[in-house]
Design a protein around this ligand. Structure first.
Ligand SMILES: [Zn+2]
Length: 147
């Protein structure tokens, strides 16, 4: 997997805003998370990053992930009792976690749903983020899905 020119430009610009520079490690980690559709964990991102850069360490991957989060290029997805996952999809959406396979899939919600949910809060409440997670079993999910 190659770092696309477009991805690289997005990364450089986002890092620049924070006064940081683009490094090969950051490029590799961003190319892995930026193209991932499966909400990988840090361990999975580490394994995929090593295919492009065998010398990269897990600590470096964690540092890069922190930087990418700061730059708001990726976001974290958390489920109770599960490792943190990462994704490039920054648009508001919910997640479904399959207890059987461990798969995480995006759930697209109607645009007005978030404002309707916010209306349930006391007036003048300020909302910084909303997390909506479903758990259950996907139809025909393979048992113990690993990667
Ligand atoms: Zn997602």
């Amino acid at each position: 997997m190659q770092v696309s020119e477009e991805n690289q430009q997005t990364l450089t610009q986002a890092l620049d805003k924070l006064g940081l520079r683009s490094t090969r490690q950051r490029e590799v980690v961003y190319s892995v998370v930026g193209t991932a559709k499966d909400h990988p964990t840090a361990d999975e991102i580490f394994a995929r990053s090593r295919q492009q850069m065998p010398t990269i360490s897990l600590a470096t991957v964690y540092n890069c992930l922190e930087t990418l989060l700061e730059c708001e290029l990726i976001r974290q997805v958390n489920f109770e009792r599960e490792s943190t996952r990462y994704e490039p999809n920054l648009k508001p959406h919910a997640h479904f976690y399959c207890d059987k396979s461990g798969q995480v899939v995006d759930v697209h919600l109607p645009e007005d749903l978030y404002s309707r949910l916010t209306e349930l809060l006391p007036a003048s409440t300020s909302v910084s983020s909303v997390e909506l997670n479903f758990r259950g079993k996907l139809p025909n999910s393979p048992e113990n899905h690993q990667n």
